[in-house]
Design a binder for this molecule. Structure first.
Ligand code: TRP
Length: 348
């Protein structure tokens, strides 16, 4: 990808409580990538994606501030990274429309996330929910982002982003060349799913076969980033385990999803890996391990939660961070989307 600037783009929806899955799957990676000076890092709060399912406007606003507070509290720095909310940069919507005309209906109908969310009610879902991956491709490609750190549930959406980029490059090849952009206008973005040693998926504390999720009805199934120490302790103490001892080898975690999840969470919070955790705790009962896990969670997530709650008291400050970020984001996205308009034949 020689000719493209190394640029990272990622985003989180402000559609529920922000939890440990968001932290380990995304935010922790954002912070690590920001420390690598060879990357430009752009982190978004994707409020336009959130309204693909109904949102209470007051709560949407609150959640947008909360996701931003989580970024800041975890160490994403507005000096090193661009932090903004999607709807403030109109290029996302403009490019999203153009991509709606590139992507095929058949591609959208194959998306497993749509099928999971729509279930048997697909006729009653919003058109936006079906077109969701096309807007996501626009988020990424409005910056020609080369790398996207996400959890593995987003893999199919990133493949679709590459399909859109490829089809655009092909469909408009002649015009792209004529305007002096060479053979490729859009880059083919790389997903970063395993980056940073985080678990591929953080699972529900009460059912290790389900993903930890902000939409799960019970708050006991997840760790919210701003849970206080007592809540962290209570949730981890009550987290489901099984009757066996902790194994010494990774193979011993097979078929034990709850055990595997807690070991992986420990490893990720400790910047370590599962085998190292098993070396330390193998042979122990879960009781002893859970005490160590609670201590670790309180020491790592605890201060982030405290800082989030502190930041949330000054909404004007958070909003200013988002506004300044949007101004910087526009500087990158505006010329790219302007070029796209010229390529497709719009009068600009
Ligand atoms: N779909 C992503 C999720 O639910 C959020 C998202 C929207 C995103 N646009 C993006 C992630 C662009 C990475 C890049 O997790």
């Amino acid at each position: 990808m020689g000719e493209f600037v190394k640029r990272v783009f990622s985003g989180i929806q402000p559609s529920g409580k922000i939890h440990l899955g968001n932290y380990l799957g995304a935010i922790q990676k954002y912070v690590k990538l920001q420390q690598d000076d060879s990357f430009e890092t752009v982190y978004c709060v994707v409020d336009m994606h959130a309204i693909t399912v109904a949102q209470d406007p007051k709560i949407l606003r609150e959640r947008t501030l909360e996701v931003t507070a989580a970024y800041l509290a975890a160490g994403v720095s507005p000096e090193k990274s661009i932090i903004f909310n999607q709807s403030r940069v109109s290029q996302h919507a403009e490019l999203g429309w153009i991509f709606n005309c590139i992507a095929r209906l058949g591609w959208m109908n194959r998306m497993t996330q749509f099928k999971d969310k729509a279930g048997k009610n697909s006729e009653r879902m919003s058109l936006g929910l079906l077109a969701y991956p096309s807007l996501m491709a626009a988020d990424i490609l409005a910056y020609n982002a080369t790398h996207v750190p996400v959890g593995d549930d987003q893999k199919q959406h990133l493949e679709l982003c590459r399909d859109i980029a490829q089809k655009f490059n092909n469909d408009y090849a002649e015009q792209i060349k004529a305007l002096g952009f060479g053979d490729q206008f859009f880059c083919l973005t790389e997903p970063m799913i395993k980056f940073g040693g985080a678990p591929v998926r953080v699972m529900n504390l009460r059912d290790g076969t389900k993903k930890m999720s902000s939409s799960a009805e019970s708050d006991m199934t997840r760790i919210n980033m701003n849970d206080d120490s007592d809540t962290l302790a209570k949730k981890l103490k009550k987290a489901k385990t099984d009757a066996d001892a902790i194994p010494s080898e990774l193979a011993g975690l097979e078929g034990r999803p709850e055990a595997k999840n807690l070991i992986e969470i420990y490893a990720a919070l400790n910047n370590s890996d599962s085998q190292t955790v098993l070396n330390q705790f193998g042979g122990n009962q879960f009781r002893a391990f859970k005490s160590a896990l609670i201590e670790l969670a309180v020491a790592t997530i605890g201060p982030i939660g405290d800082e989030m709650n502190h930041l949330m008291k000054d909404e004007a400050h958070i909003d200013q961070v988002l506004k300044d970020g949007a101004d910087k984001a526009r500087i990158i996205a505006e010329p790219i989307v302007q070029d796209v308009k010229r390529i497709v034949g719009f009068m600009v």
